[in-house]
Design a binder for this molecule. Structure first.
Ligand code: C2E
Ligand code: MG
Ligand code: MG
Length: 485
């Protein structure tokens, strides 16, 4: 990276369209000195990975259906890949960069359908060699002050084009990316400013506050006999695990599973549109065992298929009998359930119950790594062919979410409750930007978005204002058993 100060002139760069080995160098933007000053003031060039920007490039690749998506920052001599999907590199010299051209010709997107037929790029080593940039679309990241600091770009190794709505969606993503980068600068400025009364920076004050929160968490954990992060740490814990393991194989036959239902609502009206089935195990000695405690074990012991089929059957029959409010029923299936026999099982259960396929939503957690389970995607496609809808559960809880999503026939995203909780936490503005980006793009793609774990009216309001239409959470109703009449 250059150590030149922002104010120094950049006379060393060729002026315009000079021939260089491997193509033509981009013209220098007229605001080059101010642009570089702005870029360096952002502190993003060496601030390390940013998960929010990573999520945006994943989404860009999804929207464009492209092999590669990048957020690039065009510095004086090099372009830095701030976030990359599908390319394992940190940057290139500026002289060969496509993005240098894009920022100079901006603010409109620069789309090169076939770089091999374009004299500016035909001999470029990025075209003739890896990664074979044949198709390129770059949207300049234009700051509030009007300087293009880099691009959001998508790349493929074959000639192609983009639909106008794809380009529009990429434009929105680029705006979100610039917003996140600018927000980062404001945060850093605020964190390093000192409080006149205490002499502390916000960062100092925050870490002191976090220490206090950690201490309180540890105290609560000790009081309740739980570990801070792990499973319950009670005396007799191993005996409990042994009992669960021993009794789990007989759980369906012993009729000890109880299905609870939690309402799914339209946020604007709080109207119940349906419910999610959530299983509980009423164990004769242990009492109610929650799914987080026994579902992972059932997956390990290969018992999950029978449990999930039971829950599906009960939920469909409750739905058919009009005992579940609303017009749709959502059930969870574990990644291990996505085997070739599942569509037949689902079809048979739908037939038996008389519930229409369109009323069933199958929730697949984003723990499913579709890249490692291509047959699982085929199973999901067959479910969709039946008329069943697929939702991705706990979306945003893991790093691979968007990459996963590209390959799945999805009609609903359930935003993980950690994302929803952040909406009225200390980083609310940033969380709102992420939620807004996801909601906008999902709506462009015809995918519904639902906020999970809505506990406060503020979270519900924020979700609505960011474009999320559906919600679920304690605010609207806890999971509950059907009342016995
Ligand atoms: P999930 O599918 O994401 O279900 C939502 C979980 O969040 C439920 O936990 C629900 O009680 C909880 N929840 C709902 N609203 C709120 C809220 O406002 N605040 C908070 N803090 N929590 C809320 P639950 O019932 O303990 O289920 C945990 C997980 O177990 C489920 O997460 C799902 O992944 C799995 N699971 C539940 N039933 C089944 C099942 O029949 N089959 C399979 N394979 N997995 C199941
Ligand atoms: Mg679920
Ligand atoms: Mg969830």
């Amino acid at each position: 990276m250059s150590d030149q100060t922002p104010d120094e002139p950049t006379a060393s760069r060729p002026e315009a369209e000079d021939a260089v080995p491997g193509g033509q160098v981009a013209p220098t933007p007229p605001d080059e000195a101010e642009r570089l000053a702005e870029l360096r003031s952002m502190g993003v060039l060496d601030s390390g990975p940013n998960p929010d920007l990573d999520a945006l490039v994943d989404m860009a690749a999804l929207v464009a259906g492209s092999r590669i998506a990048l957020i690039t920052l065009v510095d004086e001599d090099e372009q830095v890949f701030k976030a990359a999907y599908g390319l394992d590199a940190t940057g290139t010299p500026r002289d060969v960069s496509f993005c240098g051209h894009a920022i100079a010709s901006g603010p409109d997107p620069m789309v090169i359908n076939d770089s091999r037929a374009d004299p500016r790029f035909a001999d470029n080593p990025l075209v003739t060699g890896d990664p074979h940039v044949v198709f390129y679309a770059g949207i300049p990241l234009v700051t509030g002050a009007g300087h293009a600091i880099g691009t959001l770009c998508v790349i493929d190794d074959t000639p192609r084009n983009l639909e106008p709505r794809q380009l529009e969606a990429l434009g929105r993503l680029a705006t979100q990316a610039t917003g996140l980068i600018e927000l980062g600068r404001r945060h850093r400025q605020a964190r390093t400013a000192t409080d006149p009364h205490t002499g502390l920076t916000q960062a100092d004050a925050r870490s002191a506050g976090l220490d206090a929160v950690d201490a309180a968490r540890a105290d609560r954990a000790a009081d309740s006999g739980r570990g801070v992060d792990g499973p319950p740490l009670r005396a007799g814990d191993t005996a409990r695990t042994r009992t669960i393991e021993a009794d789990l194989p007989g759980v369906v036959d012993a009729n000890q599973l109880v299905v609870h239902y939690q309402p799914i609502v339209r946020l604007s009206s709080a109207e119940w549109i349906g419910a999610e089935a959530l299983v509980r195990w009423h164990h004769p000695e242990l009492g109610v065992v929650m799914p987080d405690e026994f579902i992972p074990l059932a997956e390990d012991l290969d018992l999950i298929g029978a449990i999930d089929q039971h829950v599906l059957r009960v939920a469909l029959h409750d739905m058919a009998a009009g005992r579940v409010p609303g017009h749709e029923i959502a059930v969870n299936v574990s990644p291990a359930d996505l085997v070739p026999g599942l569509p037949d099982v689902v079809a048979a259960e739908l037939w038996d119950s008389g519930v229409a396929p369109a009323a069933l939503v199958v929730e697949v957690t984003e723990r499913l790594r579709v890249d490692q389970r291509p047959e699982a995607v085929q199973v999901l496609r067959e479910l969709v062919d039946l008329g069943v809808r697929v939702a991705v559960d706990d979306f945003g809880a893991g790093a691979t979410s968007l990459a996963n999503l590209r390959q799945m026939p999805v009609s609903r995203l359930k935003l993980d409750r950690s994302l929803v909780a952040d909406l009225d936490g200390p980083d609310a503005r940033r969380a709102a930007l992420v939620v807004r980006a996801l909601a906008q793009l999902s709506s462009d793609l015809g995918v519904e978005v639902l906020g999970e774990g809505v506990e406060t009216p503020r979270q519900a309001e924020m979700l609505i204002s960011e474009g999320v239409m559906l919600g679920q959470g304690f605010l609207f109703g806890r999971p509950a058993a059907l009342s016995v009449d």
